[in-house]
Write a protein that binds this ligand. Structure first.
Ligand code: NAG
Ligand code: NAG
Ligand code: NAG
Ligand code: NAG
Length: 500
């Protein structure tokens, strides 16, 4: 048992108590050390503490109806349809003891997308509104309870487990994992939405959500940043595919500045980033026409360099509900960048350019920007982030460009070198004035870029862009070069590895 994990949760719990009048003080003062050494061997949730609220119609204010293991009449009352999809939505740890606002959004998105499905909220709020370690202790029993329900549905209604999809958020993801472990047969799909990290990171497969728990296990990781040695969302890959939007750490639109000292602010950022997984999933249900892709990569740094935008051999997949089951491929880490608000999907471009240094400008440390001109729209200047200290001279630099807008077909690229040509002039004038003995002619740095090779992640199309004016391929601070499409596609296998 990780004591830091407990500490963190107690701290969060205390912080929450300060800001939430809904929470009684006793809960905070409760002895947190009460036997957290072992997970329970007892696996039955006290009867009635788990409720299966089947939703009827889109009016979410209606109470819906309740399924109960062993009660056939409930199935009729709820018009349970055993040949349709059955989707269980499982919440996580709660401080308020109430459903959080994402629940309604998720339920309504699922129901709109799958109109015939049986959509069931697994309500284990009573057991989830406890100190975090206690709530963790209950996940196994809740999972077991869901497995019992599914076994009964299989017996009673010949429910095909392949049509069952469990969607679990935070602790709920591990509950889903246990359900998959205990059920007779194999559940079709489990989606883990930022599965909880504390007390699950690094433990054996059987104690957390894992690829064995369903035929297809897909996981979204949105809050894997560490604090006090633990991360709220689990960092390690635990599914068949594990998607880390924005690297799985900083989610755009969530960080309100760097100062996290104020507890309320910290809580808000935490909630925003942890919950982002749910909102990305909702987005995938609602925006079927604008799907976001994630790309397999060995790590976030390589992805940020634009190295991994390939879709060959199942290396990319749709995110969220639209994810396709792939041939069993465990723990495949996938990445994408997103916008800050819904629709979250954007456009990824891999760009490669060789920066020649032919004029002995060895000390040049250029800051490049690109601006993309498309058939529909243009972007503003985008920083060329080579994920290194500086742009490599006499080297091919690879970088990732992400646009929030669909600019249409990419037509033109403008590369500019931030800086003021004038400032070089005055700089040298100053040097000359102060060091009157200085004799050599001052020179501004000159670099050369002849081509930019582009691969669009979303379309998988490749293009080569050449300088619009073939005599203007040199660039200095304050200047820019414009590139236009010069060949359809780029050669996959260059015949010779000579200068481009
Ligand atoms: C864990 O939960 C079980 C019931 O599921 C309970 O009997 C046991 O006391 C709990 N253990 C701790 C340490 O809370
Ligand atoms: C049950 O679901 C199946 C599959 O979605 C559908 O074809 C059928 O019409 C549904 N039955 C009822 C009574 O709604
Ligand atoms: C780059 O190559 C040029 C020759 O084309 C050479 O003069 C220059 O020193 C090289 N610069 C670096 C940093 O390697
Ligand atoms: C072009 O992009 C800007 C933002 O960069 C946006 O405000 C504008 O609406 C877009 N125009 C079109 C026609 O999409």
């Amino acid at each position: 048992m990780n004591h830091k994990a407990c500490l963190l949760w107690i701290l969060l719990h205390s912080a929450a108590a300060l800001f939430s009048s809904a929470l009684g003080e006793n809960a905070v003062l409760k002895d947190a050390d009460s036997g957290m050494d072992e997970l329970p061997t007892e696996s039955n949730a006290p009867k009635g503490l788990v409720k299966y609220n089947m939703r009827k119609g889109l009016d979410l204010d209606q109470e819906g109806c309740y399924l109960q293991t062993g009660k056939k009449t409930c199935l009729e009352e709820c018009s349970f349809n055993a040949t349709a999809k059955t989707i269980f939505i499982i919440h996580g740890w709660t401080m308020s003891g109430m459903f959080e606002s994402w629940m309604h959004k998720l339920v309504s998105a699922v129901m709109q997308r799958e109109r015939e499905a049986n959509v069931i909220i697994v309500d284990w709020l009573v057991m989830a509104q406890q100190l975090y370690p206690d709530a963790v202790n209950h996940t196994r029993a809740i999972g077991h309870d869901i497995a019992n329900m599914l076994n009964w549905l299989q017996d009673e209604q010949q429910l095909p487990l392949q049509n069952v999809h469990l969607i679990g958020y935070s602790l709920g993801a591990h509950v889903a994992g246990y359900a998959g472990t205990y059920v007779r047969g194999t559940i079709g799909r489990i989606t883990g939405l930022d599965p909880a990290g504390p007390m699950f990171e690094g433990v054996e497969d059987e104690w957390r959500l894992s690829p064995d728990d369903a035929d297809f296990v897909d996981v979204l990781h949105t809050y894997t940043r560490e604090a006090l040695g633990v991360s709220i969302g689990i960092q390690q890959p635990i599914g068949d595919i594990d998607i880390y939007p924005n690297g799985g750490d900083v989610q755009p639109g969530c960080a309100f500045g760097e100062v996290l000292a104020v507890a309320s602010n910290f809580m808000e950022v935490m909630k925003c980033e942890h919950e982002r997984a749910v909102h990305l999933f909702v987005d995938s249900l609602m925006n079927k026409d604008h799907m976001s892709f994630a790309y397999q990569c060995t790590g976030p740094d390589r992805f940020k360099k634009g190295i991994c935008l390939s879709c060959r051999k199942n290396r990319c997949n749709n995110i969220g509900y639209n994810a396709r089951k792939m041939r069993k491929r465990r723990n495949s880490k996938m990445y994408l960048k997103t916008r800050a608000v819904t629709p979250f999907g954007g456009y990824h471009y891999q760009m490669k350019m060789h920066v020649f240094n032919r004029k002995q400008s060895d000390n040049a440390d250029p800051t490049f920007y690109v601006q993309l001109y498309g058939g529909h729209n243009d972007t503003s200047n985008i920083f060329v982030d080579v994920q290194r200290d500086s742009v490599g001279l006499n080297l091919t630099n690879t970088f990732l460009v992400f646009t929030e807008e669909d600019i249409g077909d990419l037509l033109k690229i403008r590369l500019s070198w931030e800086g003021d040509a004038e400032s070089w002039h005055s700089f040298w004038k100053n040097v000359k004035n102060n060091l009157w003995s200085w004799n050599s002619t001052p020179s501004k740095p000159v670099l050369e870029v002849r081509r930019i090779r582009v691969k669009a992640g979303e379309t998988q199309k490749k293009f080569t862009f050449c300088a619009e004016d073939s005599s203007k391929t040199e660039i200095s601070p304050g200047e820019s070069i414009t590139f236009v499409k010069c060949r359809d596609g780029w050669e996959v296998k260059p015949r010779k590895r000579l200068p481009m």
